[in-house]
Design a protein. Structure first.
Length: 365
């Protein structure tokens, strides 16, 4: 019994094997067709079977030679290759007709080459060889197109992975810059204990984030843990002014999403809600599983969008566009991303994605 994996492979995955299978099946079918044709037209004899068998064997051998020559002609300049192909096909047709006529004369007991028999065989032999040649070039053209499509898909996957990695890595430098600045300030103020604590938390955060590939998906639970590590660092800077809350549906914790997708939203909230207000602000992260959809909300109690000013981006200039692009790369059109604000009542971002618990090949490829 054959391995199911072998049966599920593309037929042309092994081109040499596919060629020999088609060659054998094609000429076997030709032999059967000629035999049935002769049997239906007149009394079928053993000599007729031998004759059509010899014709099939000669055709099989001639087309093997043609395949080798056609392969060589494909490397020639186009016009030269076409002319050589036509000339070779014409020559093979004549040889095939001569050998067919000679076979008929031998079967009659009078070996020789009769011109009428050669001329009578030319049309059939040309039709057979021309049909074989058309199939040969058609299949090769198909394989070339398939190969180009596979290469394009591979390049697109590589470009997609590179773009996702770029988008993820764009988020880290500014955060590191701010954190290291804060540590430097604490050292200058001789608050070494706080500086050491902040450095230890930064180390934990970087260890956690660098353990994941930039293009990988993580569970919502892992993403929330990453946010908590990040907020522990920011808590060192803002103390009681930073008031984070988490409301995560236990049923949604296994949902997968691009790593560090929510961190820039929290960073954005800190910059535009916590920093400008003396009393600080609350930052709420919530997640709900509704049917087969996961709804995630990141909101703050900051001033929202002030007229004449925008909250267009994170401090790196990547911003909400970055998150939209990562969601599009990960889920295609099967997602929702809304950002809205009411002046004086805060800023809110809603994300809706499909509930998926398996690593997505789109980003992990």
């Amino acid at each position: 019994m054959q391995n199911p994996d072998v049966l599920s492979r593309p037929f042309f995955e092994q081109k040499s094997r596919a060629f020999w299978m088609l060659q054998g099946a094609g000429w076997g079918g030709y032999l059967m067709l000629r035999a049935v044709s002769n049997f239906s037209n007149r009394t079928f004899s053993f000599e007729d079977l031998i004759r059509v068998t010899i014709e099939a064997i000669v055709g099989y051998c001639l087309t093997l030679l043609l395949s080798a020559l056609y392969g060589y002609f494909r490397r020639l300049p186009r016009i030269t290759g076409i002319l050589a192909t036509v000339a070779t096909l014409a020559g093979a047709t004549i040889v095939y007709a001569v050998l067919t006529a000679f076979t008929v004369s031998v079967m009659r007991g009078d070996p020789g080459i009769e011109i009428p028999l050669v001329l009578g065989s030319l049309f059939l032999n040309f039709t057979v060889l021309a049909g074989w040649s058309a199939l040969y070039f058609g299949i090769n053209f198909y394989l070339i197109v398939e190969d180009q499509i596979d290469r394009m898909e591979m390049l697109e996957n590589q470009a997609s992975s590179a773009q996702l990695a770029m988008l993820r890595y764009q988020l880290n430098p500014h955060f590191l810059f701010n954190t290291l600045n804060s540590i430097s300030t604490l050292v200058l103020l001789k608050q070494t204990d706080r500086a050491n604590a902040m450095l230890a938390r930064l180390s934990n955060f970087l260890r956690y984030t660098l353990a994941n590939e930039p293009t990988a998906h993580v569970t919502l639970a892992q993403e929330v843990e990453t946010l908590k590590l990040y907020l522990e660092i920011e808590k060192m800077r803002f103390d009681e002014r930073l008031k984070p809350t988490f409301d995560i549906d236990p049923r949604a914790v296994k949902a997968r999403l691009p790593s560090l997708l929510l961190q820039p939203l929290v960073e954005n909230a800190i910059k535009y809600a916590v920093t400008p207000q003396e009393e600080g602000a609350e930052i709420a992260v919530a997640a709900r599983l509704i049917g087969e959809r996961v709804q995630i909300t990141v909101s703050d109690t900051g001033p929202g969008l002030i007229e004449g000013k925008n909250r267009p981006s994170l401090s790196t200039g990547v911003g909400l566009t970055n998150i939209r692009e990562r969601l599009a790369q990960a889920f295609g059109p099967d997602h929702r991303f809304d950002a809205r604000s009411v002046p004086g009542r805060g800023f809110r971002v809603d994300i809706e994605i499909p509930f998926q618990v398996e690593e997505q090949a789109r980003e992990a490829a």
